[in-house]
Design a binder for this molecule. Structure first.
Ligand SMILES: [Zn+2]
Length: 341
């Protein structure tokens, strides 16, 4: 294989066995880093012959459940249990992770809108390009672990991009079922061609993403569900031969966000009072939130209604809202036949 042109380097030898811990060096020069490198943590755990699986988190820096799951895996997984190779990048957009920010403070880059990336682009684009040109070509399956981030909370879910042919979609769906989170979100109309999922679709690699509750925090129950599910996913894709227990397994429910009509927006500035929780089933016209205007206490609070029957998939985490902010995103039930069509 000829080495792809990239400005990222590493001392890790992807072909070696055992557990190697190190980093990718991303050279970047600005007021803060004149001659510095950005060390993006990298672990490679390999043993015997088998498939290669890529695991990433910190694609958005303020999403934490996945980062903790991958730190845990790096520290505790004995290479002797692996057949094949795990490539683990727990803080993929390292500058964003260190800034507790969704996007990179260096170039405002959203790494999940930067694929396929450019070798000579800004730091975020260069990271995407390294994955596209060096890591993904040796990857047989991938998982990118997201959460709701600072402003949002999701139902614990596998998130599947709508791209790829029916065969690839089936492989992704089988991965989602093995993961066993409560929900699987099939993102169809809302898929973005610049995401890592879309890049994997273009390269024929089955990839599952996740959404954990988020709110820039850790939901203990969801973390436990995610930890058990991640081991099942590694087994499903052939990297862990020993079958893990069906601990905290959920027969995942397929849902899909219902386009622009799925958003419930704040019609005025104020305080968001949720009336229903994440995962609640709501009916069209049901009151789901109140917005209390702060500076006009003589004015009645605004009552927001569900725009259609559905399930609360995303909830705003912040209470202070500005007119136009979304406070909920709804989803409807979806089926395997619709996803594979
Ligand atoms: Zn994210």
């Amino acid at each position: 294989m000829t080495q792809a042109r990239t400005r990222l380097t590493t001392d890790i030898d992807y072909a070696s066995k055992g557990k190697q811990l190190g980093f990718l060096r991303l050279v970047h020069s600005d007021d803060r880093y004149a001659f510095g490198i950005l060390p993006i943590p990298l672990a490679v755990i390999a043993n015997g012959d088998g498939p290669t699986m890529l695991l990433t988190s910190g694609t958005h820096g303020d999403e934490y459940e996945g980062q903790i799951l991958l730190h845990d895996l790096i520290r505790n997984l004995d290479p002797a249990r692996v057949t094949g190779r795990l490539i683990i990048l727990p803080a993929l957009n390292f500058p964003a992770v260190m800034a507790a920010s969704r996007v990179s403070p260096l170039d405002q880059g959203n790494l999940n809108r930067a694929f396929p990336g450019e070798a000579d682009g800004g730091p975020t684009s260069a990271i995407a390009h390294y994955l596209t040109s060096v890591v993904l070509p040796m990857t047989n399956a991938a998982a990118d672990l997201h959460s709701g981030g600072t402003t949002g909370m999701y139902v614990p879910s596998v998130y599947l991009h709508g791209g790829g042919d029916a065969g690839l979609r089936k492989r992704k769906l089988d991965g989602a079922r093995a993961f066993g989170l409560p929900y699987t979100v099939c993102a169809m109309a809302t898929s973005d061609s610049r995401s890592m999922s879309a890049q994997c679709d273009r390269m024929g690699i089955p990839m599952v993403a996740t959404e954990f509750p988020g709110a820039a925090s850790i939901d203990i129950d969801s973390l436990a569900i995610g930890r058990a599910g991640l081991m099942r996913l590694l087994h499903h894709f052939g990297v862990l031969p020993e079958a893990p227990p069906r601990d905290r397994f959920h027969d995942t429910k397929l849902i899909t966000p219902t386009g622009a009509g799925s958003l419930v927006m704040a019609p005025l500035d104020g305080l968001f009072e949720p009336l229903v929780g994440l995962g609640a089933r709501v009916t069209k016209g049901q009151p789901v939130a109140r917005i209390h205007p702060i500076g006009e206490i003589e004015r009645a609070s605004a009552e927001l209604m569900a725009p259609h029957d559905g399930l609360i998939m995303v909830r705003r985490a912040n209470t202070l809202v500005t007119r136009g902010d979304y406070v909920y995103r709804l989803a409807r039930d979806f089926s395997e036949a619709e996803y594979l069509a």
